[in-house]
Design a protein around this ligand. Sequence first.
Ligand SMILES: Nc1ncnc2c1ncn2[C@@H]1O[C@H](COP(=O)(O)OP(=O)(O)O)[C@@H](O)[C@H]1O
Ligand SMILES: [Mg+2]
Length: 258
Amino acid sequence: MTAAAIQVQGIEKSYDDLRVLRGVDLDVPPGSIVALLGSNGAGKTTLVRILSTLLRADAGSATVAGFDVAAHPADVRASISLTGQFAAVDETLTGRENVVLVARLRHLPDTGRVADGLLARFGLTGAAGRRVATYSGGMRRRLDIAMSLVGDPPVVFLDEPTTGLDPQSRLEVWDSVRELSGRGTTVLLTTQQLEEAEQLADRIAILHEGRIIADGTLTELKALLPPAEVEYVEKQPTLEEVFLAVVGAGSGTSRGPR
Ligand SMILES: Nc1ncnc2c1ncn2[C@@H]1O[C@H](COP(=O)(O)OP(=O)(O)O)[C@@H](O)[C@H]1O
Ligand SMILES: [Mg+2]
């Protein structure tokens, strides 16, 4: 398959007078991890909700797994999973019971085997028989991701998968995300964290004032800024410097050529 797994063209969305998305264009190649990087309120969740058919765009078009989100929402929903910032797990059930429940709801045969496979993939075999109420934040988030993979959707949306997690849990979730794309799943994740984008993404798209204002690999984004010369050593700009320069944040923080 050469077509983009996610293709977004000119998407616009307003809430009353608030123009959140003002013409978003984005291509996500199959099997890649793309990070949609933007500040709080930039419109990341709004875009993810449009792509997962929970919300209708005012203008523009998008396809997910080859299906138009407006014309074929049921086909899109059958091809995706969406994991939000707040884990959708049932605290009173065990980890395994949670996964089995989802597998039953999806009418899969052999739900126990499906659950055990997913729990093993996300390092939860040892905790599978424990109630989720006893899980750490990172374990819950990993369980949430495992549950979203029941039925093997080719496209996965992760909306701020590590926001609110401690550093150790964040590393565990990062491993889970890498595991996902290692198996050819396409991942669009949103984040406010520069380091998360830097660590996980094949490509990074920066959403600012309603548009994608920069989009590329980390190396491509760094090439947007000239290296600063420090004595005899060339210092590559960090993603943070690129981000601040392209969003034009604050006075005195942007860096021009010297
Ligand atoms: N249902 C809604 N009604 C009105 N305004 C909304 C609604 N959802 C989001 N917004 C506003 O739209 C902007 C973008 O929100 P959101 O997509 O959640 O951003 P992000 O996920 O990047 O933090 C914010 O200013 C937010 O307050
Ligand atoms: Mg959000």
